[in-house]
Design a protein around this ligand. Structure first.
Ligand SMILES: [Zn+2]
Length: 108
């Protein structure tokens, strides 16, 4: 069954909801919520929801392995300073957003 709902802002609402879940996961330190972000993200992308520029937050970090939705953590040789995400993650996100590289796992 397919239901059509008139919601012109669906894409923005979707990613806003994902950010809300990410905030809740960080607040409660809840690993299950990060797993839920991956599940929801994979399903949504498979259904054709468009990716928005998110500064890398919804991609797994290639430096510190932070999960989609999870903020980066300091690792040796890659200090974060006051940034939420490693620059390499932000760069990966920008490339994926422009279609220069495929969306990396686990969201793909
Ligand atoms: Zn990182």
């Amino acid at each position: 069954m397919r239901i059509d709902v008139d919601e012109p802002d669906a894409r923005d609402l979707f990613w806003e909801g994902m950010r809300d879940v990410a905030d809740a996961a960080a607040r409660h330190q809840d690993q299950a919520l990060y797993q839920a972000i991956v599940k929801i993200g994979r399903a949504a992308l498979a259904q054709g929801i468009e990716v928005v520029s998110s500064g890398g937050l919804f991609l797994q970090c290639p430096i510190c392995d932070a999960l989609p939705g999870q903020r980066c953590v300091n690792v040796a040789g890659h200090p974060l300073g006051d940034r939420a995400c490693h620059p390499e993650r932000v760069e990966l996100s920008a490339k994926a957003f422009k279609g220069e590289v495929p969306i990396p796992p686990p969201l793909r």
